[in-house]
Design a protein around this ligand. Structure first.
Ligand SMILES: [Zn+2]
Ligand SMILES: [Zn+2]
Length: 271
């Protein structure tokens, strides 16, 4: 089965109309595609869905139009700060993600900014301590399942977006970093067991490997988590970007099954 449930279109910060993505998905051999436009949140970024009714109507229209050729699912990517801001009912699935820190003065700091911005944030707001920045990310992630209900945990270690290019931001090999990541995983696992392997930073040139890192995948395996594979696609050319490499990493981490959303819920299929 070939599916991507993490797809951004012109309804948020993606480059394409949903129908263009559907046509590309059919041409590429996908069985199904899910749209996951950024939900509204307290951060109130420009790219959040503005007109939720129009978004639902458009995706539901396309779902009917392409019935029998491609299964289309209506989803949304919720941010930690989406809690209480938007009604999540009526979606086929939801992704829960952490993207921002909120400082005591109310300023929101993205955990997935570009490298130069991230260097500046760490210097200005975290006393130059990159580990403090990383640990703040995981403290939000650990609490995510207590904030609201959702189906899939999004890009588990997003905070490592720039560490391949700049290893001095914080040491991802250190015990301190790994303990923070794994304790967030253990906390989340109490409530959720479905996580994504997300290749989005590969297509955008930030990383050569998907989220999450292998040591996290291995612990997910040990904890009996289930995985979906997505590309966090913002451009239809990258719908299946990095999928083959990601499957090899998933298998070498001990998994033999990936999960796919169907009309009857999530089902597993051997890789
Ligand atoms: Zn995200
Ligand atoms: Zn996304």
């Amino acid at each position: 089965m070939l599916q991507n449930l993490h797809t951004h279109s012109l309804f948020c910060d993606g480059a394409d109309e949903p129908e263009e993505i559907i046509i590309r998905a059919i041409e590429t051999g996908f069985d199904s595609v899910g749209f996951s436009s950024h939900a509204k949140s307290l951060v109130a970024e420009d790219f959040e869905i503005k007109d939720i009714a129009a978004y639902r109507d458009r995706i539901n229209f396309l779902k009917e139009k392409y019935k029998g050729r491609l299964s289309v699912y209506l989803g949304t990517e919720l941010d930690y700060f989406s809690a209480g801001v938007m009604d999540f009912d009526g979606f086929d699935y939801t992704i829960g993600s952490v993207h921002y820190d909120r400082l005591p003065d109310g300023t929101f700091i993205p955990f997935d900014g570009g490298l130069s911005d991230t260097v500046k944030y760490i210097r200005e707001y975290y006393g130059g301590d990159g580990m403090k920045f990383a640990k703040s990310y995981y403290s939000y992630l650990a609490e995510l399942a207590l904030r609201f209900d959702f189906d899939i945990v999004g890009h588990f270690d997003l905070v490592t977006k720039n560490t391949e290019k700049c290893s001095s931001l914080f040491d991802t090999e250190s015990r301190e970093y790994r303990d923070a990541a794994l304790s967030a995983l253990h906390a989340l696992r109490e409530k959720r067991d479905l996580f994504e392997v997300n290749t989005g930073a590969i297509s955008r040139g930030y990383k050569t490997k998907p989220y999450p890192a292998k040591f996290i995948l291995e612990e997910m395996r040990r904890l009996g988590c289930r995985l979906v594979l997505t590309s966090d696609c913002h451009d239809k050319r990258y719908l299946d970007c990095g999928f083959d490499e990601a499957k090899e990493i998933i298998k070498s981490s001990g998994f033999d099954t990936l999960y796919y959303l169907t009309d009857g819920g999530f089902v597993g299929e051997k890789i």
